[in-house]
Write a protein that binds this ligand. Structure first.
Ligand code: FMN
Length: 107
């Protein structure tokens, strides 16, 4: 998370992905994502913790990424978070996120 949203480099990448007629299309019923065969898992590290109110209202990274990928037709399976990397809980937070990821990807 950079300044409550995604880093500008990731935003630039997203801007190159959203191509009308290629990755999404406009229809009479509204926009339609064309990447319907793709699933995504998202991992977000943040210096602070935005998992609970009132701070969750300041999280414009997770909801934005989910909205954008869904717009392209991609199914967002899970968003993993490692909050509080700026504080003492950094190592614990990263370890917990890694554990959650490993648990979901083990057979
Ligand atoms: C330019 C910049 C902006 C940041 N903005 C936020 C922020 O708004 N909220 C937050 O909790 N952490 C913020 N951080 C801290 C990062 O989210 C945190 O260090 C995270 O672990 C970065 O992951 P990375 O080291 O893999 O890039 C910011 C860091 C940088 C460099």
């Amino acid at each position: 998370m950079y300044n409550f949203t995604i880093p500008s480099t990731l935003k630039a990448y997203f801007d190159h992905l959203a191509i009308a007629g290629e990755t999404f299309q406009y229809t009479s019923e509204g926009p339609e994502g064309l990447l319907k065969n793709l699933n995504a898992s998202v991992i977000i590290a943040s210096g602070g913790d935005y998992t609970q109110p009132p701070y969750s209202a300041m999280d414009h990274a997770g909801p934005y990424i989910e909205a954008f990928l869904s717009f392209l037709g991609i199914t967002v399976e899970q968003i993993y978070v490692a909050p509080g990397t700026a504080g003492e809980a950094k190592e614990q937070s990263i370890a917990k996120a890694k554990q959650a990821i490993a648990a979901n990807f083990s057979d």
